[in-house]
Design a protein around this ligand. Structure first.
Ligand code: KG4
Ligand code: ZN
Length: 340
């Protein structure tokens, strides 16, 4: 069955066509980064309005690119939450309207379920059970994934998400939004350790994270000082090293605690090259496997939504799908409350 997936939870409009037999047929992403750049963060109302403009042209584009027709679509999936309420409503209403018109089921997908199942698109796919390190702009969680819909929360951030810490620190260093990739680029020119930053909760003995203190430590470094380019690069490098140290140590602890040999990294921060290198090295040393989705599927995208929906439709036999055109969005939605 061909599933159209629509992702509009934040500042990326993502659409994709996933075929349960043939795999991913086509996908497209429009990022609103430039739209929000002047504000240093996502402006919800601008995000919603831009999603309205983008969803249908992007969908027409992927239908054309894959040689598909509207009539080929067997189900329409959309991100139901968590995310910005107005942005979610755009994807949900377009998806439900389209599904209703086509006479096919519509299915709301949990955004984080999309992220953490996306590595299963790879061939060969990681086997269950695996540990998922979910690190995005809104979330930092370690989960044990036993199967589709069977997710156990092991630890999470007590304050800022890892991506949020990247974004806020980038702003302090005068970089643009989104800050993660810009900070990572600046870090390449610096040396970690020249400036000292803390590794919050590294030895806390649990699997939780905290990143707001790290950001405060950067504030202390940049406050009332004129920093030259080299000093800023050193702070960026040390900041990135601190985050990577903590994420890697806690991921390894989760693998050990659960006796699991597979680690999957999902979410936008999974695109970070230092994190990837560190975990690949640890995997070779410690004898576990680590999977990263390709960079384009780490950040928000429609493919992960279409893919998660295809798995759900297969497993649940469509029992969650709606055909009556009614819908709701869930801006706050705890993944651990999703049932199998
Ligand atoms: O998963 P995602 O696209 O959206 C959310 O659901 O939040 O993640 C976006 C986050 C942003 O905070 C961005 O700065 C961060 O991922 N990010 C990175 C990198 N690429 C994106 N952080 C560190 N290094 C990167 N290369
Ligand atoms: Zn995301």
């Amino acid at each position: 069955m061909v599933v159209l997936g629509i992702e509009t939870s934040c500042d990326e409009t993502g659409v994709a066509l996933y075929d349960s037999e043939r795999g991913l047929l086509a996908h497209a992403i429009h990022t609103q980064a430039a739209l929000h750049a002047d504000y240093g963060g996502v402006v919800p109302e601008l995000a919603s309005r831009d999603h309205i403009r983008r969803v249908l042209p992007l969908t027409r584009g992927i239908l054309h690119e894959s040689g598909s027709k509207l009539a080929d679509i067997g189900a329409v999936a959309y991100t139901q939450g968590p995310g910005l309420a107005g942005a979610l409503l755009v994807g949900a209403s377009i998806a439900q309207g389209l599904a209703y018109a086509l006479g096919v089921p519509a299915l709301g997908i949990h955004h984080l379920e999309g992220h953490l199942l996306s590595p299963l698109m790879a061939k060969p796919a990681p086997a269950f059970p695996f540990i998922a390190l979910l690190v995005s702009g809104g979330h930092s969680q370690l989960m044990r994934i036993n199967g589709i819909g069977d997710y156990e929360l092991l630890g999470e951030t007590l304050d800022d998400a890892a991506g949020e810490a990247f974004d806020k620190t980038a702003k302090l260093l005068g970089l643009g939004y989104p800050g993660g990739p810009e900070l990572a680029a600046l870090a390449k020119r610096g040396t970690p350790g020249r400036v000292k930053l803390p590794r919050p909760m590294l030895h806390s003995g649990d699997l939780d994270f905290s990143f707001s203190g790290l950001k405060t430590a950067v504030v202390m470094q940049v406050k009332d000082r004129e920093l030259n380019a080299a000093a800023r690069a050193d702070i960026a490098a040390e900041f990135q090293a601190a985050i990577v140290d903590v994420l890697a140590a806690k991921s390894l602890a989760a693998l050990e605690r659960c006796g699991v040999a597979h680690l999957v990294v999902a979410g936008g921060v999974g695109a970070n090259a230092e994190l990837r290198a560190r975990l690949h090295k640890a995997a070779a040393r410690e004898g576990f496997t680590v999977y990263f989705p390709p960079a384009e599927f780490c950040t928000d995208n429609g493919a992960m939504i279409a893919f998660a929906a295809a798995l759900r439709l297969e497993q649940d036999k469509g029992e969650r799908a709606r055909t009556d055109g009614s819908f709701s969005v869930r801006p706050r939605w705890n993944l651990a409350t999703l049932d199998g």
